[in-house]
Design a protein around this ligand. Structure first.
Ligand SMILES: C[S@@+](CC[C@H](N)C(=O)[O-])C[C@H]1O[C@@H](n2cnc3c(N)ncnc32)[C@H](O)[C@@H]1O
Length: 409
């Protein structure tokens, strides 16, 4: 579907750069972004209890500069669509936070950094040769100096039970403490509560047995998002998460009666979010897909490409394992013959791939199968013709472009 407008209560599947570019200026109150980190390692994701392991691409082959130039247009779009009273919270860890802070200063202006929030937690492993790294950084930037901040929503009630001295009562009977500076009195009313510092130790990361845990490797706790959302938005405000993962921001927004928009490039993550919102709130979130063309397809992570081909296009089943060593990525639906499908994210597939596939489909006792790739070489096409004529095996070669054009079986 072509994205024309910005809808709330919707999950957008696609590249956030392309999707945000369709959103109007000054339309969002708060953005929380938790982009893939510059960690230099792939995550292994185990989706819920399913035994399938999926690679979560978090690698930047071009190094940190590549990452920074990838982030820059996305953060620029974030600033454009924020209202003048709006705020952005950018969640980073130590791998990229120095670079992202400089980038945010460039885009928002250094004076727009309101806080560098340090979120401390105790979960995860313990280092033995250096201090265990147990915090993330969340940069809070506002679009202008007239940003919204909701003190009362985030203040922590004071424990007045042990306060006996230095308490005053004003003309209305309200109790306060005071500070006198340069002859001027500053009053701190006890019923107003006090703000947490810019380092947060009272929100734990999700431990392996946490109830809200969904198996998503970088899932953040709902409580963290609740505090962020309460900091700079009120009921009915619009919250956007352009790297939405398993939808923690959407869940926290829904709980707090905000309007929300989620974006994620992973079809699998979008489906998981839909399921989560259904389970927690019985709502069916609208799923809006960004433009799906070859540019989009070529950017998909391997397991996303596999899902797109096998599930979306063939309505088949993805292989849990690679069927031994046979390299089979999925099968068409049983009603359609349960034929093997092999998926290759490359151009100019050669004859050797066809040879291996022939062996695999024979072992599966099938007479037909599909190979999907970006393009096929002459050797592959000739070998397919040969096995059909001489051995009665039907191997169908489909390019990703053909699948996009609706030519599948
Ligand atoms: C660190 S995770 C977010 C986790 C999330 N905060 C949560 O609590 O579940 C980053 C997410 O960004 C998504 N992503 C990566 N590149 C993207 C892009 N260009 N557009 C939209 N989403 C993207 C990934 O699919 C991944 O789900």
């Amino acid at each position: 579907m072509q994205i024309q407008t910005m809808e709330t209560g919707a999950i957008y599947e696609g590249d956030n750069l392309e999707i945000m570019s369709k959103f109007p200026d000054k339309s969002v109150d708060l953005i929380y972004a938790d982009p893939p980190f510059y960690s230099g390692k792939p995550y292994e994701v185990i989706w819920e209890d399913a035994p399938e392991k999926r690679a979560f691409e978090d690698r930047w082959s071009g190094g940190i500069q590549h990452y920074v130039s990838w982030m820059e247009p996305r953060l620029t779009e974030c600033r454009r669509i924020l209202k003048d009273t709006g705020s952005m919270f950018l969640h980073c860890d130590t791998h990229a936070n120095a670079y992202l802070r400089i980038l945010m200063n460039k885009i928002f202006g250094g004076s727009r950094m309101i806080n560098e929030i340090i979120w401390c937690y105790e979960t995860g492993g313990r280092a033995t040769k250096f201090y265990p790294s147990k915090h993330d950084t969340i940069f809070w930037y506002s679009k202008t100096k007239d940003y919204n901040f909701y003190y009362d929503q985030v203040a922590i009630p004071r424990d007045t039970s042990t306060m006996h001295e230095g308490i005053y009562t004003d003309e209305n009977g309200k109790k306060y403490q005071r500070n006198i500076k340069n002859g001027k009195e500053y009053r701190y009313y006890l019923d107003k509560g006090t703000l947490p510092n810019d380092w947060w130790t009272d929100i734990q990361a999700l431990n392996p047995s946490a109830k809200e845990r969904l198996g998503y490797p970088t899932q953040k706790p709902v409580a963290l998002l609740e505090r962020i959302i309460k900091t700079a938005s009120k009921k009915e405000d619009i919250i956007l998460d352009p790297f939405c993962g398993c939808g923690t921001t959407l869940v926290a927004s829904q709980k707090l009666h905000r309007k929300w928009i989620g974006i994620d490039i992973s079809a699998t993550a979008c489906k998981l979010m839909q399921k989560r919102l259904k389970k927690d709130f019985s709502i069916t979130a609208q799923l809006v897909r960004g433009e799906v063309d070859m540019k989009y397809i070529k950017k998909l992570a391997p397991f996303e490409f596999q899902n797109w081909v096998v599930v979306d296009k063939f309505s088949g089943t993805v292989s849990r394992t690679k069927s031994g060593d046979m390299g089979i990525d999925g099968t068409t639906a049983q009603v359609n013959g349960g034929y093997p499908i092999q998926v290759k994210q490359s151009e100019d597939i050669g004859r050797n791939v066809i040879d291996n596939f022939e062996t695999a489909i024979r072992r599966m006792r099938k007479s037909k199968g599909y190979i999907v790739a970006y393009s096929f070489g002459k050797g592959a096409v000739e070998e397919v013709a040969r096995v059909k004529n001489q051995e009665g095996l039907e191997i169908i070669l489909r390019t990703a472009q053909e699948l996009l054009d609706g030519k599948v079986e």
